[in-house]
Design a binder for this molecule. Sequence first.
Ligand SMILES: Cc1ncc(COP(=O)(O)O)c(C=O)c1O
Length: 428
Amino acid sequence: MMRTNSDFDQRRAKAVARAIAYTSTFTAERAENSEVWDVEGNRYIDFCGGIGCQNVGHRHPKVVAAIEKQLKQLTHTCFQIVPYESYISLAERINALAPGDFDKKSLFFSSGGEAVENSIKIARYYTRKPAIITFTNGYHGRSYMGMGLSSRMSPFKVGFRPFPTEIYRVPFPDDYHGVSREQAINAIEMLLKTDADPDSIGAVIFEPVQGEGGYNIIDDEFLHWLREFCDRHNIVLIADEIQTGCGRTGKMFACEHFGVAPDLTCIGKSIGGGLPLSGVVGRADIIDSVPPGGLGGTFGGNPLGCAAALAVLDVMAEEELLKRGLEIGARIDARFSAFARNPELPCIGDARSLGTMNAIEVVKNRSSREPDGELASAIIARALAEGLILIGAGPDRNVIRVLVPLTAPFALIDEGLDILESAILGCL
Ligand SMILES: Cc1ncc(COP(=O)(O)O)c(C=O)c1O
């Protein structure tokens, strides 16, 4: 019997919670590198990669082989009960790669949200200080701490109160949206006077490029100021590199662009090559302040995820994907910047990128910069109908972001960009 997208849609509506929203109009059957095919055999170019989880492409043969090999050896013993090699090897590799010339240690989990939770637990344990500074337009997951740290009310936070306390949100410096570096620094200095003195602040958590928040790139000087601020007050600086890490920005970790080493870094998404794997890497003295048994979880650092991650790191190095990512990013940026200058596309207000984190901002008009989330959604829907998977971002959902695999052929990138351009034109 013919399997149709509409059959699956009906089954999904009956069986799956409606809170698990989805944007696609089809059900996936298989995927390879940067393409996905639906149950009816239609093919789509994937500029989303399962929200940034496929930097080495869907089902990279080396990742598949590593998972298969691990599958035949063992799938789960729980590292805290019986350890295994892939976890230890992965910790060694990640410690060597993460920024900072200090001794490092790592620990692994399954979801990005868990990595964030654990980074906060570690920072609080080490400093014995409860308060956390976080930023406007930040996104750190859907757990209660994740919601508390994240900025967006609808749909992430509405109706789920109360959130954890001792979280203080300050403006993320962002010139395009009218927040200067000075304003961001002043807001933190004001916070120290009004709500949280340095003796109560245990951590500052930030994304080097805000993912869900709309690809806002952190200001270089601000980040250096933040590093110095944390050093001055014994505050743990946590970089959430769940979306920016694993080569997405042209460096293994985005913080390398700025020459700043955070104390702790959260990793997730692409490191698992499609399997659920996340972790925290950072200063050994901070991480080891927590005594044995203080951190962990049944599935954290599952053998299959660790084996996949080791293969991902091999593929990144062997195929020189940092370099390739920069090439892809530059190619996309050239087109996006042309969109933002093109008088026939007045709805594209800005194009910005760091490596292969490329975005365009959809606006009502270029000078007012008023966001147009409705138009951005229409463009994304039209692109999907023409065979390109894209996702939005930003508090007004008016940013269209790219998370294409770094292994995507240039011809496919160009084909995707053509579809996007025709979708924009078609929506005007
Ligand atoms: C920067 C950042 N932090 C945390 C998370 C949460 O990760 P997960 O959805 O795997 O829990 C995400 C997910 O999009 C993210 O982009």
